[in-house]
Design a protein around this ligand. Structure first.
Ligand code: PLP
Length: 331
């Protein structure tokens, strides 16, 4: 038997009729950019994430970029984040002219080590950008405390964590802005690129809505230098259908993860640590072992596909050499 790490065709078979109908409706409407399908989806996802505003964005990367723009991060501002995440977390900081400041992770959860954040704060620090890696929330209480003490913005990269819960609250609802991705392989995946910004702040919501349409309040008049950052109607229609299934799919992921936790517990590998106060959505089930490559090869020979998340941390990427981390390794 072949076990692939993700089989979207199998999922599609279970929702084909519904999704096809929704997409055909958009085609009949010939209304593709923003509009009623996007607004309806934004309403549903705001409710799902327990936030006041949900704003459909063209991708998770653009959501991060717009969030940082809206929080006023500009040239020379430092933003504290984790080096162990997808590239877009840190590239979005650099793209607004900011400086990513990498704080090491807690190896048991792979999330930012909150005990090391305060030491990285200085006068240039403007924001903290935690990532809820693999679908488990970072320690948000500690992060929000540090942010409050130093007057920092908090932007959550919740791209992998839609539906994850920390101490009874939803991922993406803690900070000033929460960012989600609907890249097809994410737990809530569209049929193309897509993303979302969640916020409880009315002013930030208004500002982000302007920034996603070229900073324009009325057509061809631009108050700000924004971007084309809109979610399209076909994605919104697909995502609206899939959202109805998301909790069920997350339950299934948790049940499979629990099976792994139980049956792999006596092997010489490090299993994921799930904090008691977290509801993990297992975007990925990640194990660690010094024999990684040999194990991956062994599993591959038995038809079981694996992937490495991630082969090279961001502080050691060629494009971030200018930050100087090669010399000062993270502790
Ligand atoms: C997927 C992902 C992103 C980027 O989202 P896109 O929709 O692919 O642009 C950002 N951060 C993390 C942690 C991700 O996993």
């Amino acid at each position: 038997m072949k076990v692939s790490s993700l089989d979207l065709k199998r999922q599609y078979e279970t929702i084909r009729e519904e999704v096809n109908k929704a997409v055909l409706e958009v085609l009949s409407s010939q209304s593709f950019i923003l509009g009623p399908y996007v607004e309806s989806f934004e309403g549903k996802i705001a409710q799902f994430c327990c936030v006041k505003h949900a704003i459909g964005i063209s991708s998770g990367t653009d959501a991060l970029l717009l969030a940082l723009m809206a929080c006023g991060i500009k040239h020379g501002d430092e933003v504290i984040t984790t080096p162990f995440t997808f590239f877009a977390t840190a590239s979005s900081i650099a793209r607004v002219g900011g400086v990513p400041v990498f704080v090491d992770i807690d190896p048991s959860t792979y999330n930012i080590d909150v005990t090391k954040i305060s030491a990285a704060v200085n006068k240039k620090t403007k924001a903290i950008l935690p990532v809820h890696l693999y679908g488990q929330c970072a320690d948000m209480d500690a992060i929000l405390d540090i942010a409050r003490i130093h007057g920092l913005a908090v932007v959550e990269d919740a791209a992998q964590a839609i539906g994850a819960v920390y101490k009874g609250k939803n991922a993406g609802s803690f900070g000033d802005v929460g960012c989600f991705s609907f890249y097809p392989t994410k737990n809530l995946g569209g049929y193309g690129d897509g993303g979302l910004i969640a916020t409880n702040n009315d002013k930030l919501a208004d500002f982000i809505k302007l920034l996603r349409v070229h900073g324009s309040k009325s057509k061809y008049y631009h108050s700000y230098i924004g971007i084309n950052g809109r979610l399209d109607a076909i994605q919104a229609a697909v995502l609206s259908v899939k959202l109805n299934y998301l909790n069920g799919w997350s339950e299934k992921r948790r049940a499979i993860a629990a099976y792994y936790q139980h049956h792999l517990k006596d092997l010489p590998i490090r299993l994921p640590r799930i904090e008691a106060h977290n509801t993990h959505i297992f975007h990925q089930y990640v194990i660690a072992t010094p024999a990684r490559d040999a194990l991956a090869k062994h599993l591959d020979r038995h038809g079981i596909e694996t992937a490495t998340y991630y082969p090279l941390p961001l502080h050691l990427q060629e494009c971030f050499e200018y930050l100087g981390y090669k010399k000062r390794r993270l502790a």
